[in-house]
Design a protein. Sequence first.
Length: 203
Amino acid sequence: MTQKPEHTPSVDGPNPHERDDAAFEAPQGNATPLPEGGTPAPKVDEVDFKDKYLRLMADMENLRKRTARDVEDARRFAVTAFARDMLDVADNLERALAAVQKDKIENEHIKNMLSGVEMVSQQLENVFKQFKIEKTNPQVGEKFNPELHQAMFEVETNTHPHGHIAQVMQAGYTIAGRLLRPAMVGTAKQAPAETDDTKQKQA
């Protein structure tokens, strides 16, 4: 029986059955080998998480309050333009009532008509109150307030201090505390001091 010759690897070439250790070398450079048993989950910073959570809740609460305030302002001031136009009606009714002396009217029809005007004026005033529209009627001698008053002219006088109200032309109005129309006034201006020549001319 002929014995089969054993396989002898070639000296000149690599043996395909031998492992190439170079191909199994650990990666070089920035590559980091995984630790044995897998990668552990990163540790959560509970203090940092709680701080971010509280900040988020505070921002949401501020947003809720701001939205509610914007909605309320929109509802409250939605009638501003219409209310400003109605002020002319209120002024005309007030002038009509001020120009008539009811106790001197003898005609019953005119008295009834005037009573109707008074009723309309009262109803309009009640509607103004419902929408928080209030009249600001400054008094003569009151200090001028640029947030509520509008100076139309100056009056030379020594009766009132300089810059105070010397004459009221038209009342003002506010809506929910916000200026709707300023009151039209005349402010006091210091009158020039009288000299001897002025006194002689007046005499």
